[in-house]
Write a protein that binds this ligand. Structure first.
Ligand code: ATP
Ligand code: MG
Length: 218
């Protein structure tokens, strides 16, 4: 049995075409089913639905053989014990620093001010500001980062941005682009050795499907 860990929402939705390229159809819709284990058209392949931030943990400890997870989540997890064969180029967005429109970020940085930064991504934020030589107090949040500067909880946030509409709606502006983010395939290292024959074809089919999307000429 091969177990693939996915999170509901964009990662699940954007992984479906890759699975289809590997000849695998998921037989239930996670938006309507209450099941956490979904069967597929392959009797020996199943999908488990876990929280996005739990995908690397499931794969690390072998609760799943494979998983799809954002680069953001992977960096925060640390990636230990995970083989990362492919950038799937799905769920693309960027990690950014944003501040209230009235906050003069550039001069705060120039003056060496200590910044209060709210984020779910503390490892990424810590490394980024350390690299810039900016002193920060990191405030760990689990959601709605945009609210932090509006309530005086923080001067800035580090968060994922795709269209920028959420920032705009909350009068926040992007002042730093930390890195581009997309989702990766992660594989349990022991499973890769023990279940080569079933896992390799999935990795290869995903790789081919990505190459086709990148260069659609036949
Ligand atoms: P959790 O439920 O564990 O708290 P989450 O709610 O942040 O996680 P999602 O919002 O489903 O999880 O995001 C899952 C992944 O999708 C993120 O880790 C990121 O890589 C990617 N992602 C998040 N927001 C966007 C976005 N606006 N556009 C594209 N990809 C995104
Ligand atoms: Mg979520």
């Amino acid at each position: 049995m091969i177990t693939l860990a996915l999170s509901k929402g964009r990662i699940f939705d954007e992984t479906l075409p890759l699975l289809a390229a590997a000849g695998i159809q998921v037989l239930e819709d996670p938006e309507t089913s209450r099941k956490l284990i979904l069967p597929t058209s392959h009797a020996d392949v199943r999908v488990v639905l876990v929280r996005a931030s739990d995908v690397p943990t499931y794969v690390e400890y072998g609760g799943a053989d494979l998983g799809v997870t954002g680069k953001d989540t992977l960096i925060e997890h640390g990636g230990q014990g995970l083989y990362q064969p492919l950038d799937l180029k799905i769920a693309q967005c960027r990690m950014s620093v944003a501040v209230p429109a009235h906050f003069d970020y550039a001069s705060a940085v120039r003056q060496g001010s200590r910044l209060r930064v709210a984020t779910k991504y503390t490892a990424i934020a810590r490394e980024f500001f350390a690299g810039k030589g900016v002193h920060v107090d990191l405030i760990k949040l689990y959601g709605s980062m945009e609210l932090a500067p509006l309530t005086g909880l923080a001067d800035a946030i580090v968060d994922l941005v795709s269209t920028g509409k959420t920032l705009q709606a909350n009068q926040l502006v992007e002042v730093e682009h930390i890195m581009d983010i997309s989702s990766r395939l992660v594989v349990n290292q022991a499973a890769l050795k023990l279940k080569q024959a079933s896992i390799r074809p999935i990795i290869d089919a995903f790789a081919q499907a990505i190459a086709k999307t990148a260069d659609p000429t036949p």
